[in-house]
Design a protein around this ligand. Structure first.
Ligand code: ZN
Length: 428
């Protein structure tokens, strides 16, 4: 999804700090939610691109026609239905190198605007609530581009105490599924949410909420977060570039939360066999070391690359069955065995951390569907559940000073949440 550009980082942090000094918690039932209005972000379009105002300022003398794409439609059939002539459709198809107009789904809405002579002058496809594809004629040629509507970003906050799971406690604090999932994602390297959290642990979140014409259309990114568990406080602050695109999350000391490897290659898993020096092998009927971790799961469960790497083997190998070997830098190799099928990967190609490389199966020597996962350092097998992973990479130097300032503001904002919560409690 295309996110709108915001003000520069320091401006956002500054405004945020200013506004936080005067914000009130709004008691919404059990929720502790507060909204801080940030100035309207500028429209995220290059200067030569049409702004929404231009797009929507079609003079009244012109006529417009709306059509909806049906099953089996191609660009030609949809536009013909809207009354567009064949020559224009041909010119559009030629100009649409990125297939912005051409690639659509049944149900997509098209709007065609005609001039008073009945010639099409603009074709628009609605992508979602905030994005459109717009084709307009410029100097006799069709220009097709994506146009984003100006989305208003507000900062919301929530605090809560864990009484059961992060999910249920997050819901009670008024957080959406998306923010709770993002929170769990963010801390996946530091906190084992299934085993580590205890009743009484606390969390705080500052996050974006996206508004279109004054209406809440959904949550954006987490800006800052804090989880207190096992006597430790884990903080995360969002770092963005000048275009407000996410660079990553770092703690108050500027350390990357992301590690070079994810702990588990499958989501929501059941570990059925751990790394051991020796164990009884049910197929070979003898004691053997288990040099990996087994994850039980249904056939077809996606298996993800735990780190960025190169596919050094994709194929069938004896007891491993259908297996993928990934090489990460010089030192590290990961192995994913017994797959039912492969993801969209090529031997010799590169994969990203989290990318689906295959699906759980029971190929090779497997008693039932499961993933056998190995982690090797310089060829030696280590336990992937306990090994310390290297950081994914330090913060880019150019951002360090800026981040330090921003993190201070956000840290103050998180601390301020305590005071507000306390204040609200005092008045209950
Ligand atoms: Zn195994």
């Amino acid at each position: 999804m295309h996110l709108p550009r915001l003000l520069s980082l320091s401006a956002v942090a500054g405004v945020l700090a200013l506004l936080l000094t005067s914000f009130n918690s709004q008691a919404q039932g059990e929720q502790q939610l507060a909204l801080i209005q940030l100035p309207l972000p500028p429209l995220a379009t290059p200067s030569q691109a049409p702004t929404l105002e231009q797009v929507e300022s079609t003079p009244a003398a012109q006529t417009a026609k709306q059509v909806q794409a049906r099953k089996g439609d191609v660009l030609e059939t949809v536009l013909k239905r809207a009354g567009v002539d064949v020559n224009t459709i041909y010119a559009l198809a030629q100009a649409d190198r990125q297939k912005l107009l051409t690639r659509f789904r049944p149900g997509d809405d098209f709007a065609v605007t005609f001039d008073d002579a009945g010639r099409p002058i603009e074709i628009m496809r609605h992508l979602n609530r905030t994005t459109r594809i717009v084709a307009q004629q410029e100097r006799g040629r069709w220009q097709i581009r994506k146009v984003s509507l100006p989305v208003d970003i507000h900062i919301a906050s929530a605090t809560g105490t864990i009484s059961d799971s992060l999910y249920l406690s997050g819901k009670r604090a008024g957080l959406s599924d998306k923010i709770i999932m993002n929170l769990a994602d963010l801390y996946q390297w530091d906190i084992d949410f299934a085993r580590q959290l205890r009743p009484g642990d606390t969390f705080k979140v500052l996050y974006e909420q996206r508004y279109l014409n004054g209406e809440l259309i959904g949550d954006g990114r987490i800006i800052a977060a804090e989880i207190h568990t096992s006597g430790k406080t884990y903080r995360a602050f969002l770092l963005t570039d000048k275009q407000n695109e996410t660079i990553g999350y770092y703690d108050e000391k500027g350390r990357n939360l992301r590690k070079a490897f994810m702990r588990n290659p499958v989501d929501h898993v059941r570990i059925t066999s751990r790394f051991t020096r020796k164990r009884w092998h049910p197929i070979h009927k003898k004691w053997k070391a288990h040099r990996g971790v087994d994850y039980g799961g249904k056939t077809g469960t996606p298996v993800r690359a735990t780190g960025n790497g190169k596919v050094i083997f994709k194929g069938w190998k004896g007891g491993y069955g259908r297996v993928v070997f990934l090489q990460h830098g010089r030192k590290y190799t990961t192995v994913y065995a017994h797959l039912s099928r492969f993801g969209r990967i090529k031997q010799g190609g590169y994969v990203k951390q989290g990318q689906v490389i295959g699906y759980i199966g029971s190929t090779g020597w497997a008693t039932g569907p499961h993933l056998h996962y190995e982690f090797r350092i310089n060829g030696h097998h280590v336990d992937p559940l306990t090994v310390r992973f290297p950081d994914a990479g330090p913060m880019p130097k150019a951002y360090r000073a800026q981040f330090k300032q921003r993190a201070q503001h956000l840290l103050a904002a998180l601390k301020r949440l305590d005071a507000d919560t306390q204040l609200a409690a005092n008045f209950e």
